[in-house]
Design a protein around this ligand. Structure first.
Ligand SMILES: [Zn+2]
Length: 280
């Protein structure tokens, strides 16, 4: 999907942002600032006023269409300089997929750099590691790479109905697939089975991989699975999930907005581009 993107490592401290370079600008709340000239995600270095010295926590993403690309937190810019702020979820729903991927990459790298400043073994301030996307401790040589936390989401079907659940953290009446983080020592399939059992009391079988996508909230990789009902009666855990049920595809409740892995899986079921064909 990222056919226009290339990453070539170098010495991080040598990176500067020239007027021809590209930037993704994030505000302090983690929203993306659109280019007011064209409504696009990408700004040029010259336009954004971020020349020569990038803030320490800026992230070099690589090149896009041959031009260096950075993610920058633009707290210092005057409001008039930048355009409308949009959430990353809105970006994933509305913008074309490749730029959405770049935005996810930028968000995750900024988060990693902001959260990875000191060695957790000896508390020494970290330095950039030449030749790799990593930071290194100058005292004990410990290496710190961007961390990705795997999570799974599962579409469970029974008699042409799909299992959907409402999470207490959802702000509205949206129902989605069961999802959760992979625990240490688990396979992805074990995590999928455990999450469904924990959250809604259902045993599942025939678990098949569907696809994956970066999920920078703040640093996950979401892996989608399909599964069949095996046994049990729906019983929401009352902690994360307060409602759940089996829904016919022609009578679905409010769904997550487009762009999420769960919505992609549900859409694929709706268009009959489904389980078995989606993998091939
Ligand atoms: Zn150290």
């Amino acid at each position: 999907m990222l056919e226009n993107w290339h990453f070539r490592v170098g010495v991080y401290s040598e990176y500067v942002c020239s007027p021809e370079d590209l930037c993704l600008l994030f505000n302090a709340a983690g929203e993306l600032l659109l280019n007011p000239q064209n409504g696009e995600l990408l700004h040029t270095g010259g336009y954004s006023g971020l020349l020569r010295s990038l803030p320490h926590d800026s992230a070099y993403l690589g090149t896009w269409k041959g031009r260096p690309l950075y993610a920058v937190v633009s707290q210092e810019l005057a409001p008039a300089v930048h355009g409308r702020a949009v959430s990353l979820r809105e970006v994933l729903a509305l913008h074309e997929p490749e730029q959405g991927c770049l935005a996810c990459m930028g968000k995750q790298l900024l988060h990693w750099r902001q959260q990875t400043r000191y060695c957790s073994a000896c508390a020494t301030p970290l330095q950039e590691k030449a030749g790799e996307r990593a930071r290194i401790c100058p005292a004990c040589q410990a290496l710190y790479y961007p961390r990705i936390n795997p999570a799974v989401t599962v579409s469970v079907t029974k008699d042409n109905k799909i299992l959907l659940a409402h999470n207490r953290s959802f702000q509205n009446n949206v129902f989605s697939l069961v999802a959760g983080y992979v625990e240490v020592g688990e396979s992805l399939e074990q995590a999928a089975a455990r999450e469904v059992l924990e959250e809604v009391g259902i045993h599942i079988k025939n678990i098949r991989y569907w696809g994956s996508q970066p999920w920078p909230f703040p640093s996950s990789l979401m892996l989608g699975f399909l599964a069949d009902y095996e046994s049990g009666t729906i019983k929401p855990d009352g902690v994360e999930i307060d409602q759940a049920g089996w829904y016919a595809l022609d009578a679905l409740p409010d769904l997550p907005r487009p762009g999420s892995m769960a919505r992609k899986i549900i859409d694929s079921l709706l268009t009959e581009n489904a389980p078995d064909t989606a993998q091939s």
